[in-house]
Design a protein around this ligand. Structure first.
Ligand code: PDD
Length: 292
């Protein structure tokens, strides 16, 4: 079945969903996006994604005419039309296209209806499988809390990770050696005394929805957490290391720059949190419907 994309008021087969070459997302990456997990046809943490969407839009002075209810209805229609049981929806909003290439935001663009695109992506829920990570200096801008479509650094870093046989690249601050986050995930470690650490939710990281959910789950499971930056050295000496994201849930990290973390196996805390997170997404049954 051809996948159906919502694009500016129409549901179209994906090859027919096209935009102008003067689209500001195309010219300037002048857009905001969200990735939301779909579990047995339900949206996971929709409220948190919507709140972050509004905050990112406000940060780039983009206002939208759609209420949360309308956005939700459009998303569910994309889910229905694509028969999406498990996977994720991608939602992108960008400023109206310009008629010439001008960085400045003209009055028409300010007043115009932004472009809205929603697509569906079939995927089974991730397994609790160890992943390898490389580390790179964080050379990104200082507004990583904005979920902007300007992702070239993430693209190049993930490409480099793949070339080095790893799944992800994690960034560290060149001056302090503090780990900020991954190219498309949040970074966590467990110290030898069992304390979980993750970078504070400031402008150096994306305030991950999975990160936020996991903080609540840690509280429920009475696991001590410090929202405090940890260094590359501390990471190398950690008992357990894992990442969080909408699409990878809670995924264990087995190697940092080719050096094994602990014994290289999935740690007890990571496994426990993976199970808790999976249950958060699939509360009624521990196993998701078989077909993605
Ligand atoms: N990435 N940090 C960065 C830089 C990210 O791009 C992401 C998500 C996260 C985790 O955020 P969340 O828990 O809300 O997924 C952290 C998405 C999945 C992506 O770009 O595909």
């Amino acid at each position: 079945m051809a996948s159906i994309v919502y694009s500016n008021g129409r549901y179209l087969p994906r090859h027919q969903a096209q935009t102008s070459v003067f689209d500001r997302a195309h010219l300037f990456a002048d857009g905001i996006y969200e990735v939301i997990w779909v579990a047995n046809r339900a949206l996971v943490d929709w409220q948190d994604h919507h709140t972050r969407l509004l905050s990112s839009l406000a940060a780039v002075s983009l206002s939208i005419p759609w209420s949360p209810a309308v956005l939700r209805t459009l998303i569910f229609e994309v889910i229905r039309k694509n028969n999406l049981n498990n996977g994720f929806v991608y939602l992108q909003i960008n400023r109206k296209h310009s008629y010439t290439r001008d960085h400045r935001i003209t009055t028409t663009e300010k007043g115009g209806r932004p472009a809205l695109m929603i697509s569906a992506h079939h995927a089974p829920p991730p397994q609790c499988q160890p992943l390898k990570v490389i580390t790179l200096p964080d050379e990104r801008w200082r507004h990583c809390d904005i979920k902007s479509t300007a992702l070239i650094k993430a693209v190049l870093s993930k490409q480099q990770a793949q070339q080095q046989g790893a799944h992800e690249a994690w960034f560290f601050d060149k001056d302090t050696q503090a780990i900020t986050e991954g190219a498309s995930c949040n970074a966590w470690m467990v110290t030898h005394n069992g304390t979980l650490c993750t970078h504070p939710a400031d402008n150096r990281i994306l305030h991950g929805v999975a990160r936020q959910t996991l903080l609540k789950l840690c509280q429920r499971h009475k696991l001590p957490v410090q929202e405090q930056a940890f260094t590359l050295d501390a990471l190398r000496n950690a008992r357990e290391v894992f990442l969080t994201s909408t699409t990878l849930f809670v995924s264990p990290v087995s190697h940092i720059d080719d050096v094994a973390v602990g014994n290289g196996k999935v740690g007890e805390t990571t496994q426990r949190l993976f199970d808790a997170y999976l249950h958060h997404c699939y509360p009624s049954s521990s196993s998701p419907d078989s077909h993605a």
